[in-house]
Design a protein around this ligand. Structure first.
Ligand SMILES: *Cc1c(COP(=O)(O)O)cnc(C)c1O
Length: 360
C-alpha cells in the first residue's frame, strides 16, 4: 500500500520531500559518516543543524532580536507548568478557556497561584471564541493566557484578546507556521512540533528576553527554567536532536514554498473547499461558529453516531485516514495542516459527496 491521506490531529502528516531527504541522509549525514541520530549534540555538525534551524525559523516568523528561540522537550503540556513557574511573579494569571488544552493549562496554572478565568466558551461546548475586547483583566496579572487554535474543537482566535497591557502567552501548537504572525504582540509563544512542524518530542518556545529571569517560583526544576535553556542556547542537556533536525527541514520546505504568506493562502484555499462543501451539504455539518473557524482542524458531524462511524470506516478503506473526532467530542475531524496537499482535501470532499449520495 502507498501513502494515504493522513488527517490526524497529531502526530500528523509531514511534507513528503522532507521525509525523502531525511531518508537519503539517514545512514550518512552529509559525509559525516553517521546518522544525525548518532551524533553528539556538541559536535560541530550538529551545531550547524540547530543554528540553521533557528535562523530559518527566525526568518519565517520574522522573530525580533529581543526574543529567544528555545528547542525543548516535554511537549506543549510541560509548558503549562513552565509558564507559570517562570512568569507568575505576582502569583496571578488570567486564562481564557476555549477548549481542553486551555483548560489543562489553567488547571496547571492554578497549582502555582491565582489562576482566574476571564472568559470561556464552555457554555456552548467550545464552539466559538468569546468576545475578548474588554475583559476583566486583573490589575496584577502576570500574564493573559490563550490557546490560539483549538485543535479539538476547531476554533481559532482571529483577533488577539485585549490584554490591557498585560503579557500575552499563547499555545500555538496547532497553528504554528500556518500563517504570518506578529511576534511582538506576545510575551511567549510555544507549541509542540508534532502538529504542524515535525516529530513529537520537540516543543518550541519563543520568548521575549525581559521575561527570562532568575526569579522563578521556589522549587522550579532546573529543566523548567527558561534562563537555563536560553543561556545555553537549548544545549543545557541533550536536546531532542533528531526531531530538531526534521523541524529544520520543514522550515526549509516552508521557505521553498514561499514562506508564511503563501502557507496562509494555501491553507485558506484548502479550508474553503471543505467548509464550502459543509455549508451546502444535506448530510454533514460543521460544528463551530463560522467566524471562528480554524484553518487547521475542521470538525464535522452527520448528527447520527452510527453514520459517523460508518463514514470513518469507509473513508479509511478509501485511503483517507484518522478522520475520527477527538474522543471527548465524537463525530469527525479533518486536520489539514501545512503538509496536507490540496489534492488530499479534494479527495476528502469527493468522498464526502459520494457518501452523502449513498446515505441520504
Ligand atoms: C496537542 C496539543 C497540546 C499537547 O501537546 P503535547 O506535546 O502532547 O503535550 C497542547 N496544546 C495544543 C493546542 C495541542 O494541539
Amino acid at each position: 500500500m502507498g501513502r494515504i491521506y493522513n488527517f490526524s490531529a497529531g502526530p500528523a502528516v509531514l511534507p513528503e520531500p522532507v521525509l525523502k531527504e531525511a531518508a537519503d541522509e539517514m545512514l550518512n549525514y552529509r559525509d559525516s559518516g553517521m546518522s544525525v541520530m548518532e551524533m553528539s549534540h556538541r559536535s560541530k555538525v550538529y551545531d550547524g543543524i540547530i543554528k540553521e534551524a533557528e535562523k530559518d525559523l527566525r526568518e519565517l516568523m520574522n522573530i525580533p532580536d529581543n526574543y529567544k528561540v528555545l528547542f525543548l522537550q516535554g511537549g506543549a503540556s510541560q509548558q503549562f507548568a513552565a509558564v507559570p513557574m517562570n512568569l507568575m511573579k505576582n502569583k496571578v494569571a488570567d486564562y481564557i478557556i476555549t477548549g481542553q488544552w486551555a483548560k489543562k493549562a489553567h488547571q496547571e496554572g492554578a497549582l502555582y497561584g491565582k489562576a482566574n478565568i476571564v472568559a470561556s466558551s464552555a457554555d456552548k461546548t467550545f464552539s466559538y471564541i468569546p468576545d475578548c475586547s474588554d475583559l476583566p483583566i486583573s490589575e496584577d496579572a502576570d500574564f493573559v493566557y490563550i490557546c490560539e487554535n483549538n485543535t479539538i474543537y476547531g476554533t481559532k482566535f482571529k483577533n488577539l484578546p485585549n490584554t490591557k497591557g498585560k503579557t500575552l502567552i499563547a499555545d500555538i501548537s496547532s497553528c504554528f507556521l500556518s500563517e504570518p504572525v506578529d511576534v511582538t504582540k506576545y510575551g511567549v509563544l510555544f507549541g509542540g512540533a508534532q502538529k504542524n512542524i515535525g516529530p513529537a518530542g520537540v516543543v518550541i518556545v519563543i520568548i521575549r528576553e525581559d521575561l527570562i529571569t532568575e526569579d522563578t517560583l521556589p522549587g522550579t526544576p532546573t529543566m523548567l527554567k527558561y534562563k537555563i535553556h536560553a543561556d545555553s542556547e537549548s544545549l543545557y542537556n541533550t536536546p531532542p536532536a533528531y526531531g530538531i533536525y526534521i523541524c529544520g527541514k520543514v522550515f526549509k520546505w516552508i521557505k521553498s514554498m514561499g514562506g508564511l504568506e503563501v502557507m496562509k493562502e494555501k491553507n485558506e484555499k484548502k479550508a474553503k473547499l471543505l467548509y464550502d462543501f459543509l455549508d451546502q451539504s444535506k448530510l454533514f455539518k460543521g460544528t463551530v461558529a463560522k467566524e471562528d473557524r480554524s484553518l487547521m482542524n475542521v470538525p464535522f458531524i452527520t448528527g447520527n453516531e452510527e453514520l459517523d462511524a460508518k463514514f470513518v470506516k469507509e473513508a479509511k478503506a478509501a485511503g483517507l485516514e484518522n478522520l475520527k473526532g477527538h474522543r471527548s467530542v465524537g463525530g469527525m475531524r479533518a486536520s489539514i495542516y501545512n503538509a496536507m496537499p490540496y489534492e488530499g482535501v479534494e479527495a476528502l470532499v469527493n468522498f464526502m459527496k459520494k457518501f452523502e449520495e449513498e446515505n441520504l
